[in-house]
Design a protein around this ligand. Structure first.
Ligand code: NIG
Ligand code: FE
Length: 393
């Protein structure tokens, strides 16, 4: 296997706490050696060992690839008109999801996959090297199965979200229809999701979607079937979603827009990551959660794009970082950490989100003297190149 050195790195963000170099483990004038797609050596540019190949970073910043732990990429159509109405005062509601369900069911599998690949390509050009994607716009046994089958060809981080909303064809039947849909989600649809290789199970636990009791039942059924839980929690209003996430040891509680002091304490005392989604507050014109409270309580925080056609149609992690810093009160360092190592923790992955020895060599070269420029230069494309571990073998 050839070895590769990346030399002449102006600022290297390792996220390695053992270096005693701040939250981001930043080394100046550094170099990195890669062997078998893994980081094999990190240190001063003056001491870099000889390798088969050398990449000159030209003084750029090198950082771990972004880990997008929350996206919804299996869908058809767009909801630009809904966005436009919102910008003129209409309030975001879970019900809009059914518009996308209709378009998704009507789309061919080839079109769904083309759309996923288009979004994944955009993500890579914004520096994302690992993405999670949920199903959740099929909401029938066949349509959830096909979404997850397509997803697993493109990522290992696939999430079954049959419990996104109750689809119109069941909701029309009132209480009995809702109960029947919950049964389906925990029964035949779950079995299909497992067969399609889903890794995670998610529930939208909020107004207009599912309540905490339904959420608990569904996530427990998922766990029994071998899927690991995560939750859409406290997006539209305060509620029990975050507490449920902690109770079930979910990998993450996502959105966290409306948090009480008790929610924050519970997150801080748990293994559940609070995943904030700045694109969603931005695009639904909602109040932003205050990340300072989570950080000072000691909670683990991630930032993700939430890429979806309704509430956050962005694939740009640099955009999310800039908004998180400006409007959620992250420091630039905290936002960069949350979009890399925080995302990895939200997916319970130890091999990504950092560039210490042994990590996957998923990384970004940034056309800037420091990673702070990601927030300092909003809307400017600073991504020089995005490399995956496989590129080095
Ligand atoms: O994460 N909140 C639930 N699901 C998505 C939005 C889905 C939609 O509006 O299509 C979200 O924001
Ligand atoms: Fe979401």
């Amino acid at each position: 296997m050839p070895t590769t050195a990346i030399v002449n790195i102006g600022s290297l963000i390792t996220n390695d706490q053992t270096l005693d170099a701040g939250l981001l483990g930043e080394l100046r004038d550094a170099a990195l050696v890669i062997e078998n797609g893994r980081v094999a050596w990190v240190g001063s540019g003056a001491q870099v060992p000889a390798t088969d190949r050398v990449i000159d970073a030209g003084g750029r910043t090198v950082l771990p690839g972004f880990v997008d732990s929350h996206a919804h990429m299996l869908f058809a159509g767009d909801r630009a008109a809904e966005f436009s109405a919102r910008m003129s005062g209409q309030v975001y509601a879970a019900g809009g999801i059914n518009t996308t369900v209709e378009a998704t069911r009507a789309a061919s599998s080839a079109d769904l996959e083309r759309n996923l690949v288009r979004l994944a390509t955009e993500m890579k050009s914004s520096g994302i090297t690992t993405f999670e994607t949920k199903s959740g716009y099929g909401l029938s046994v066949e349509d959830e199965f096909r979404a997850l089958e397509i997803a697993r060809k493109h990522t290992t981080e696939t999430t079954y979200l049959g419990a996104h909303v109750v689809p119109a064809d069941y909701k029309n039947r009132g209480e009995a229809g809702i109960d029947a849909y919950v049964e389906l989600v925990m029964g035949e649809m779950l079995a299909a999701a497992v067969k399609a290789g889903a890794k995670w199970i998610d529930v939208f636990c909020d107004r207009g979607a599912f309540d905490a009791d339904q959420g608990r039942e569904i996530l427990e059924a998922g766990r029994m079937a071998g899927l690991a839980p995560r939750i859409h929690a406290n997006q539209l209003q305060p509620g029990q979603g975050v507490q449920l996430a902690v109770e079930l040891d979910c990998a993450s509680a996502d959105h966290c827009t409306h948090l009480s002091a008790t929610d924050i304490e519970a997150l801080a005392a748990s293994n559940t990551v609070a995943t904030l989604l700045p694109g969603a507050e931005f695009s639904t014109r909602s109040p932003y959660p205050d990340a300072r409270q989570l950080w000072s309580a000691g909670a683990t925080v991630a930032i993700a794009t939430d890429c979806n056609p309704g509430s956050s149609y962005t694939t740009s992690m640099p955009f999310c970082i800039a908004v998180a810093v400006r409007d959620m009160y992250f420091t630039p360092e905290q936002a960069i950490w949350s979009a890399t190592l925080g995302g990895a923790k939200a997916l319970r992955r130890a091999d990504i989100g950092h560039l210490s020895v042994g990590a996957r060599a998923d990384l970004i070269q940034l056309d800037a003297p420091s990673a702070i420029h990601l927030a300092y230069r909003p809307g400017v494309n600073l991504i020089h190149s995005t490399h995956l571990a496989e590129d080095f073998s």
